[in-house]
Design a protein around this ligand. Structure first.
Ligand code: PBG
Length: 333
């Protein structure tokens, strides 16, 4: 590489770090409320909130309170909310029929939010795990997560979400061919403007533990998700997944988890230059909260630093449970 800098002392890197004004002038990245997508957990009932033990500060809300939360998020400058339902275990079956019930919790929440807070973008989760008696993201037959039958079910689920008014579908299931199948079905049904943010590089990660408690999936899950989620050792395979999802019609792509996989964000952004997102997942949130709660780190500063790191890596946005708190701090300047 050609040298662009003179040697010390002609170059003193500390000159531009000397004052807040100079640091502001030379800052390369900015974190704005526009970068935030807020994942929320929805439960049954009215006026109900439930704490999630493994995610201090995160609550499940009934639909009415989710609508209020969406309104507050929109007022705080957060452009998008992502819904995850806590499904009654009695509704979980092996064929996951509740997933495409137009009246399921998620679809009711979409309609209720659209009616009251029409401007906020609503993102969904397309995966069968909340509805699956087996706890997996796809249909299980003889101990195998069957791909093509799962894709058919996921397409039904996606169509029901689009019908309810979702703006962005978030397939997190990692079945092969699901993006193409969803895109074709959406076109066919006239939902030509519904976006897909594919969980394109989603790793088989232990960082999802607290989430599975939050949606009540940990009890049902038998085994692990390694036959469909990526091996944490694999970067090249992650890029292949992104390329395939884009070819099949994804509008935006996601890397997940976030902080331990920032290298993938940078590689994806450099290779494809498409809207790229990361999910700062439940385990990442829980670690920061736990350390902050014990007084071991400064929670606010670590939160903001972690979110800035996503920007620096190349993210156009981040799914983060910190969204409301981060928005408040960004607004306060
Ligand atoms: C499953 C799904 C998961 C998350 C989002 N969608 C968990 C999993 O794959 O087991 C994890 C999110 C988080 O940990 O915050 N469809």
């Amino acid at each position: 590489m050609t040298r662009r800098f003179a040697d010390y002392p002609a170059t003193r890197t500390r000159r531009t770090r000397r004052t807040p004004a100079l640091r502001a002038l030379t800052r390369e990245e900015r974190l704005s409320c526009d970068d935030l997508i807020w994942p929320v957990f929805v439960c049954d009932g009215t006026g109900v909130t439930q704490e999630v033990a493994s995610m201090p500060g995160v609550i499940r809300r009934s639909v009415d309170l989710t609508v209020e939360a969406a309104a507050e998020a929109w007022d705080a400058g957060i452009p998008a909310i992502c819904l995850f339902p806590y499904t009654d275990p009695a509704l979980k079956t092996d064929l996951c029929e509740e997933a495409w019930n137009p009246e399921n919790l998620s679809n009711r929440a979409i309609r209720a939010i659209k009616a009251e807070v029409p401007d906020i973008a609503i993102m969904t989760d397309v995966a069968l795990d909340p509805y699956n008696a087996q706890g997996h993201d796809g249909i299980v037959r003889g101990g195998v997560i069957v791909n093509d039958e799962s894709v058919e079910a996921l397409v039904r689920m996606a169509l029901a979400q689009a019908e309810a008014g979702a703006d962005i579908l978030g397939p997190s299931d990692m079945m092969d061919g699901r993006i193409g199948a969803m895109r074709a079905a959406l076109e066919e049904a006239g939902h030509v403007d519904v976006s897909i943010m594919s969980y394109a590089a989603k790793y088989a990660s232990a960082f999802y533990g607290p989430f599975r408690d939050a949606v009540g999936a940990s009890g049902a899950l038998k085994g692990d998700k390694k036959t469909y989620q990526l091996d944490p050792a694999n970067a090249r395979e992650g890029l292949l997944g992104v390329e395939m999802d884009l070819a099949e019609g994804a509008d935006m792509v996601m890397v997940k988890p976030g902080m331990p996989y920032l290298d993938m964000v940078t590689r994806v952004k450099e290779a494809f230059a498409v809207p790229t997102y990361a999910y700062q997942v439940s385990g990442e949130y829980a670690m920061i909260r736990a350390a902050a709660g014990n007084g071991w780190i400064d929670g606010e500063r670590v939160m903001m630093e972690s979110l800035m790191a996503f920007r620096r890596a190349g993210c156009d946005g981040v799914l983060t449970y910190f969204a409301p708190e981060a928005a408040r701090l960004i607004r306060a300047g």
